[in-house]
Design a protein around this ligand. Structure first.
Ligand code: NAD
Length: 256
């Protein structure tokens, strides 16, 4: 039996074929899960529809801007009607105004701080609250973080602080939802060349730095992140919750 046979899930954060969410959606679908894809904005609708068709003939695509509670409720109502219940949810969403990812952290405006935290961290709480009632047989919620949550990565700035909030939220959600057998974990991924990543000043240098300094002397692939996400979603990870799992070619262990 495939690892995610008979499981249903919703994936937030596919923008294009480079998205980490797409790597995970493909891996979850290959492992037997039936999925819905939620996307932000008409701009990406056609692209997401084409990707959904690659996963199978009946993959709903659902518009959802996570700053809007009504759209979140509507997205999960679509899941309820389509699947009846849910087992998996992926949160692969982050955003901060571009100017906040360029200069000094100390210059972060109140508004940029608010937006980054709302979209990149609070949305996990809102989505988990909406998903939980559908996870009637337990479930697995997964979010994407980055090393800038725990160490200073120049230019990552307010996004690092938002990721710290995301990781702490993961632990609190894991506690709240544990009795319902819903697990909540983060993958902290090494740098991957995506749309969001290219918004960070000096991102290409980050890729080169990992290649030179990570124990495995290379960057990670979407397939590798997808494989770990499949394990975390599977019954094999039944006792793992509230954790941040590094998929970063080992970079996180280095001191110098
Ligand atoms: P991406 O640009 O492909 O994905 C980011 C997604 O966030 C997009 O699909 C975008 O539509 C969505 N989004 C932004 N604002 C939204 C809103 N208001 N409502 C709904 N969706 C919204 O880039 P990615 O690199 O695949 O990013 C996915 C996740 O992975 C993010 O949390 C990111 O921080 C994390 N991550 C990325 C890297 C990397 O190097 N690429 C490394 C570690 C963690």
């Amino acid at each position: 039996m495939s690892m995610l046979e008979n499981k249903t899930g919703i994936v937030f954060g596919v923008a294009n074929h480079r998205s980490i969410a797409w790597g995970i959606a493909r891996a979850w679908a290959d492992a037997g899960a039936r999925l819905a894809l939620a996307y932000q904005g008409e701009r990406v609708r056609d692209r997401v529809a084409a990707l959904a068709a690659e996963l199978g003939p009946e993959v709903p695509i659902i518009p959802c801007d996570v700053t809007d509670d009504a759209q979140i409720d509507a997205a999960f109502e679509t899941c309820r009607r389509h699947f009846g219940r849910l087992d998996l949810m992926l949160h692969s969403i982050a955003y901060a105004p571009k100017e906040a990812l360029e200069g000094r952290f100390i210059d972060t405006s109140r508004e940029a701080f608010r937006i980054a935290h709302d979209i990149s961290a609070y949305s996990l709480v809102a989505l988990a609250r909406a998903a939980a009632p559908l996870m009637t047989e337990g479930g697995s919620i997964l979010a994407l973080s980055y090393y800038g949550a725990e160490k200073v990565v120049p230019h990552y700035n307010v996004m690092g602080v938002a990721k710290a909030a995301l990781e702490a939220s993961t632990r609190y959600l894991a506690y709240d939802l544990g009795l319902s057998r819903i697990r909540v974990n983060c993958i902290s991924a090494g740098p991957v060349n995506t749309l969001a990543a290219r918004g960070i000043a000096g991102f290409v240098d980050m890729l080169k730095h990992y290649e030179a300094k990570a124990p495995l002397r290379r960057n990670v692939t979407l397939e590798e992140i997808g494989a770990t996400a499949t394990f975390l979603a599977s019954n094999g990870a039944a006792a793992i919750t509230g954790q941040v799992i590094y998929v970063d070619a080992g970079y996180q262990i280095m001191g110098m």
